[in-house]
Design a protein around this ligand. Structure first.
Ligand SMILES: NC(=O)c1ccc[n+]([C@@H]2O[C@H](COP(=O)([O-])OP(=O)(O)OC[C@H]3O[C@@H](n4cnc5c(N)ncnc54)[C@H](OP(=O)(O)O)[C@@H]3O)[C@@H](O)[C@H]2O)c1
Length: 265
């Protein structure tokens, strides 16, 4: 587990260990919005686990107002895309050490609502909270497709998904103003299922034989019946921009530049 809060990370790891009976649940501290922190955390993960079978990039955040991180990256893009890009790249060696490893990127159907303006990763001319979030989720999708292509012929697959509309506190964290918090909460609570329903499609992509060998695909989790935690998963079309190889390459190169790392994948 990768957590930015040491105490909550340890408490959650302990809770999972108790519930599953698996004592080997560990937490590593890191902040995805800070590239130096991602590097330290990745080094610690590789030290503890030189072979990785699954990497789930789930963390994300939203921010009411534009701000640059210490690395000069718009903070939504840094947290939701550039940090996970760097983490994935730094863990590729450990993933390749597995006979069949899977990378699961949690994106969102919101990726369809926007286009990818790469200048917005470092500038705030047209900043709006939802646009920045959707853009970062489109980056997740394009990154997944490009990564899958670059990993073709290796033992590592990469897929992404929309977990469904899930009632969580993502829109109520620091950095979100009152009106945005209220709007996000209203949408999330009125229409969302519980976090367990959101976790199921992620686990399906990470562990099910049904998707073994598939790569570069986009899936959507859905609950068959309202208010039932039975989540299924189906493959869906992604934003047409995902087939734009030139855009995917430009995103990859910008992500390398912003994260300060080049990946041979
Ligand atoms: N909820 C939905 O309806 C929905 C719909 C579509 C897609 N998604 C996607 O689902 C994923 C999970 O979101 P969620 O709804 O479960 O939200 P959530 O409950 O807020 O979970 C997001 C997690 O990311 C962590 N995080 C945020 N910033 C971080 C940073 N800088 N470094 C490390 N960790 C950080 C948060 O840590 P803290 O607890 O410390 O804040 C939190 O544990 C996201 O990728 C989101 O885009 C959600």
């Amino acid at each position: 587990m990768f957590s930015r809060d040491p105490a909550r990370g340890v408490a959650t790891a302990d809770a999972i260990a108790r519930e599953t009976g698996n004592p080997r649940v560990e937490s590593v501290v890191g902040d995805l919005s800070r590239m130096s922190s991602v590097r330290e955390a990745a080094a610690e993960i590789v030290r503890r686990a030189p072979r990785l079978d699954v990497l789930v990039n789930d963390a994300a955040a939203t921010f009411s107002d534009f701000a640059l991180t210490e690395d000069g990256i718009e903070r939504t893009a840094a947290t939701n895309h550039v940090g996970p890009f760097l983490l994935t790249g730094l863990l590729l060696g450990a993933l390749r050490a597995s006979p069949a490893a899977r990378i699961v990127n949690v994106a969102s159907n919101g990726h369809r609502r926007t286009d990818l303006d790469l200048a917005a990763f470092t500038r705030g001319d047209d900043y709006f909270v939802l646009r920045a979030y959707d853009r970062s989720k489109l980056a997740n999708v394009l990154f997944t497709v490009e990564l899958a292509e670059r990993l073709r012929g290796t033992s590592v697959t990469a897929n992404c998904l929309h977990p469904g509309r899930i009632a969580t506190r993502i829109g109520e964290k620091d950095g979100m103003r009152g009106v945005h918090r209220i709007a996000w909460r209203a949408i999330s609570c009125l229409t969302g299922h519980g976090p367990e329903a959101g976790a199921r499609p992620v686990i399906h992509l990470a562990a099910s034989d049904e998707v073994a060998g598939l790569s570069g695909r986009y899936f959507t989790g859905f609950t068959a019946l309202a208010n039932r935690p039975l989540a299924r998963i189906r493959e869906e079309r992604m934003h047409e921009r995902a087939s734009d190889r030139g855009l995917r390459r430009r995103l990859w190169e910008l992500s390398e530049e912003l994260s300060g790392a080049r990946f041979p994948a």
